[in-house]
Design a binder for this molecule. Structure first.
Ligand code: SF4
Length: 456
C-alpha cells in the first residue's frame, strides 16, 4: 500500500489529518469495533439469565435495568445526536451489526445482491415494522423484547453478510431498520468526505487499495447520506479528505429527492415514529381506545379484552403487572399505522400546497419535504431521550433545566426547517415565496405543538 502524498489539494489541515488517521489506524478501529461487539452481545444476552428487576430497582442495582438504560437511554439518543454532528460515523466505526456483517461477508458465499433487496422502499418498511413491533412488545421495559428487537436485525445482518457481498456491508446498505433515519439525519452533519474529481483524474501515482464497505462510487460521491464515515478512502488519489461544510449544504444541493426518501421522513419518522414516541400515557390514546371500544360489537370487545398474546407478540409480563389484552394491541396497532398515515398525510398536504403555490418545475414536494429534516432530527432526539429522562428522574435527578432545553431544541429545529424551506423557495418569485412559506409553517408548527403537548 502506498501512502498518499499531500498534494496541492491536500493541505495538512486538522480535519484532513483526522480523516487520514482513521485510514491509517484500521487495526485500532477494528479493536474498538470488536470490543463494541463483545459489549453488545454481553449486555444483550447475559441479562436474560438475571431475575426480573423490581419496579423500583435502580439502574445500578439490576443488570437488566442497566442494560435497558444503556441501549435505550444512552445508546440510541447518542447515536441520533452523533448523526447530526458527525454523520454516520457510528455505522462505520462502532456499529456491532456493521462489524459482524462485514466480517462474515469476507468468508461467506459472495453472492451478488438480489434484485428484491434493491427496492427503495425497504428503509421505510423496515423502520416502520421495527418501530411498531418494538412498541407492541414493550421494548423499553422488558429485556427479552430488547433481545428480539436488536437480535433479529443482528441475525439478518449475519445472514445477508454470509450470503452476499465480498467484505461489503450489504445489510447496512439495504435492509438495516435505521438506514433511512441515518441517511436523512446525516445530511445535516457539518463534516463530510470531500472529493475533488479533477484531482482524482489528474492523479498519476499508484493509489492504495480502496474498499468502501457500503459500495459507494467514491469518485462521484456528493453526499454523506450513504457514507459510513469510516475514513478508508481518506487521501485516496490525493482527492478525498475529511472537511467541514455548512450543515444545510447537502439538503440545498440535493435536487432529485426520491419519493421513498421523502416517505421515510413523513410517514416513517414524523408519522409512525412520532406517535410511537408520544402515545404512552397520552390522553389522546385513552380517547382513541374509548372511541374504538364504542364502535366494536360488545361480544367481540369482550373477547378482545379478555385474552392476551405471547410476550413476543404483545406485552405480556404478569410478574411486572403489565399485560396488554388483544384490544390494547389492536388499539396500538391502529394508532401507529392508521394514525401514522393520517399524521403523515396532514404534514404532507401543506408541503404539497406550498409547492403548488411556488409553481416552479424545479421544486417538487419530495425536495421541499427535506426541509423538515432538522425538526424531525430534534423530534427523534427528544423522543428517544424521554426514556433517559424518566430513568434519571427515578434516580433522583431533578433536571429542572430540561424543559427550557427541550423548548430551545424545538425552536432551533423549527427555525432551521423554516430557513431551509425559505432557501428552497428562492426559485420562485417573492410574491409566491412568502405565501408558500406561510403554508410551510403549518407542518413545523404541528410537530412543535405535538411535542409541547407531550412534554408538558
Ligand atoms: S466513502 Fe466509503 S470508504 Fe469513504 S468514508 Fe465513506 S464509507 Fe468509508
Amino acid at each position: 500500500m502506498q501512502e498518499s502524498n499531500l498534494g496541492h489539494f491536500r493541505r495538512p489541515r486538522l480535519l484532513a489529518r483526522m480523516g487520514d488517521a482513521l485510514r491509517q489506524h484500521q487495526r485500532l478501529i477494528a479493536g474498538v469495533q470488536w470490543t463494541v461487539v463483545a459489549l453488545y452481545l454481553f449486555f444483550l444476552l447475559v441479562p436474560l439469565f438475571m431475575p426480573l428487576p423490581q419496579e423500583d430497582a435502580r439502574i445500578l442495582g439490576s443488570l437488566q435495568r442497566f442494560a435497558q438504560f444503556l441501549f435505550w437511554g444512552v445508546g440510541w439518543p447518542l447515536i441520533m445526536v452523533s448523526m447530526l454532528l458527525v454523520g454516520r460515523a457510528w455505522c462505520g466505526l462502532f456499529c456491532p451489526d456493521g462489524t459482524m456483517t462485514e466480517a462474515i461477508s469476507k468468508h461467506g458465499r459472495n453472492g451478488s445482491i438480489p434484485r428484491w433487496m434493491r427496492w427503495p422502499g425497504w428503509p421505510c418498511m423496515m423502520l416502520v415494522a421495527t418501530t411498531v413491533y418494538g412498541q407492541m412488545v414493550g421494548v423499553y421495559d422488558f429485556h427479552p423484547a430488547t433481545l428480539l428487537l436488536l437480535g433479529l436485525p443482528t441475525l439478518g445482518a449475519l445472514l445477508t453478510g454470509f450470503l452476499y457481498g465480498r467484505g461489503r456491508r450489504i445489510w447496512c446498505m439495504y435492509l438495516c431498520p435505521a438506514n433511512g433515519v441515518f441517511a436523512l439525519l446525516s445530511k445535516l452533519a457539518p463534516l463530510h468526505f470531500r472529493v475533488d474529481e479533477a484531482q482524482w483524474k489528474a492523479y498519476r501515482g499508484t493509489p492504495f487499495r480502496l474498499v468502501c464497505p457500503p459500495l459507494i462510487d467514491v469518485r462521484r460521491m456528493q453526499r454523506m447520506s450513504d457514507c459510513h464515515a469510516c475514513g478508508r478512502c481518506s487521501g485516496y488519489r490525493d482527492a478525498v479528505e475529511l472537511a467541514a461544510r455548512a450543515p444545510q449544504s447537502e439538503i440545498l444541493a440535493t435536487h432529485n429527492v426520491g419519493t421513498a426518501e421523502a416517505v421515510t421522513l413523513l410517514f416513517g419518522i414524523l408519522g409512525v415514529g412520532m406517535l410511537a414516541m408520544t402515545w404512552h400515557g397520552s390522553r389522546w390514546f385513552a380517547l382513541f381506545q374509548s372511541v374504538l371500544a364504542s364502535l366494536l360489537r360488545q361480544d367481540w370487545l369482550a373477547v378482545l379484552q379478555q385474552y392476551a398474546a405471547p410476550w413476543w407478540l404483545l406485552v405480556n409480563c404478569p410478574q411486572a403487572n403489565t399485560v396488554f389484552t388483544l384490544f390494547d394491541g389492536l388499539c396500538l396497532l391502529l394508532l401507529l399505522l392508521a394514525g401514522g398515515c393520517l399524521l403523515a398525510l396532514a404534514l404532507w398536504l401543506p408541503v404539497q400546497l406550498a409547492v403548488a403555490i411556488a409553481a416552479h418545475a424545479g421544486l417538487a414536494w419530495q425536495r421541499l419535504s427535506l426541509a423538515l429534516v432538522p425538526v424531525a432530527g430534534v423530534s427523534l432526539v427528544l423522543g428517544l431521550s424521554l426514556f433517559t429522562v424518566k430513568h434519571l428522574r427515578a434516580e433522583g435527578l431533578a433536571l429542572t433545566w430540561l424543559p427550557q432545553v427541550q423548548a430551545g431544541l424545538l425552536l432551533v429545529g423549527g427555525l432551521s426547517s423554516l430557513w431551509l424551506a425559505w432557501r428552497m423557495l428562492a426559485v420562485t418569485t417573492v410574491a409566491r415565496r412568502l405565501p408558500a412559506l406561510a403554508v410551510f409553517v403549518l407542518p413545523v408548527a404541528a410537530i412543535g405543538a405535538i411535542w409541547l403537548e407531550r412534554l408538558s
